[in-house]
Design a protein around this ligand. Structure first.
Ligand code: SF4
Length: 318
């Protein structure tokens, strides 16, 4: 038994959009299951398993995805829309990042029932991109080119026939100006800048500063979601109070990795502790032995980490 006191971060785990998407998917699986006759239920488990699928992984957490799979939720590869058929994929869930409008149309034309679990904040960015593009604005997106959310928002802007550029940092912003807004005329055209909801506020400010100077008619929208910022703020506060930090979340989750990197930084700034104990784990069994000899450990978790995994880590210290 360990004598370590565990303190949870004030804000951790699922954000509103991810929790909503997971609950929507689980309800769809339950509804699909209750459509079967009671006597059919055991024999048709695999059939039920095939009925509800998400387009791409629902969340960036390997263990949570395995749990969802065991509960009957299937998955289609995000870029394999051509292979979708109503016979094998009758109910398709759209995840929190959303999809381009053309993807929704194709699924409906194929006869699939589409359940849209796009986060309301991402829906708002999609609508604003479409609305500005419809008014003749060029759209600049600040975010990760390969991220589902950016791909979905680009689709809404491009559908209106307007150019849509994606930039990832200040350097990209300077290159964009040289390439597409190099003369007086193009610099006076209406342009709107939209951020990926999980984009870094500091990087967005740096990009905005570069574009604001050159483009006289630019509209800069504040679309960054507070979920990431709130987790970071609460973690910074926690780092002042504990001897070690355990960050829980998928190794492929960008927001979890950012929590880990910042925890390392904030703990290394402490002058009252000899060593900074910070670890990023996916599950309780990965907690390093040395953490059990600390007096206090703080825990935080990324926006796609389920409650059960957080509870398990806390219990491991009891
Ligand atoms: S981080 Fe924000 S925008 Fe993204 S899914 Fe969560 S609540 Fe929605």
């Amino acid at each position: 038994m360990s004598h370590t006191k565990v303190i949870r971060s004030d804000v951790l785990g699922y954000c509103m959009g991810v929790r909503r998407a997971v609950n929507t998917a689980l309800k769809a699986v339950e509804d699909a299951s209750s459509d079967l006759k009671i006597t059919d239920k055991l024999d048709t488990y695999s059939e039920r398993h095939e009925k509800v699928k998400t387009l791409g992984p629902l969340i960036h957490n390997r263990i949570a995805l395995e749990q969802l799979k065991r509960r009957g939720l299937g998955q289609i590869e995000a870029n394999d829309i051509d292979s979708v058929s109503v016979e094998k994929d009758p109910i398709v869930i759209l995840r929190a990042h959303g999809v381009p409008p053309v993807t929704k149309r194709i699924l409906k034309e194929k006869g699939c029932k589409v359940i849209d679990a796009t986060c309301p904040r991402v829906l708002s960015s999609q609508k604003r991109a479409a609305s500005y593009a419809a008014k003749g604005f060029s759209v600049i997106l600040a975010g990760d080119k390969n991220h589902g959310e950016i791909i979905s928002i680009s689709g809404y802007a491009e559908e209106q026939g307007q150019p849509c550029y994606v930039i990832e940092n200040k350097n990209d912003a300077e290159l964009l100006l040289q390439k597409h807004f190099s003369d007086e005329n193009t610099r006076k055209q209406p342009v709107v800048l939209i951020a990926q909801t999980t984009f870094s506020p500091e990087e967005y400010e740096a990009i905005s500063a570069v574009l604001r100077v050159a483009l006289s008619h630019i509209k800069i929208l504040n679309t960054i979601c507070s979920a990431t910022y709130e987790r970071q703020q609460a973690l910074e506060d926690l780092c002042r109070k504990v001897d070690g930090i355990v960050v829980i979340g998928g190794k492929n989750s960008a927001n979890t990795r950012r929590l880990y990197i910042n925890a390392k930084r904030w703990m290394s700034e402490r002058t009252d502790i000899l060593q900074d104990f910070v670890v990023h784990i996916e599950q309780a069994s990965e907690i390093p032995e040395k953490f059990f000899s600390l007096k206090t450990v703080g825990i935080t978790a990324g926006a796609s980490t389920p409650d059960e995994l957080i509870d398990e880590v806390e219990k491991a210290f009891n």
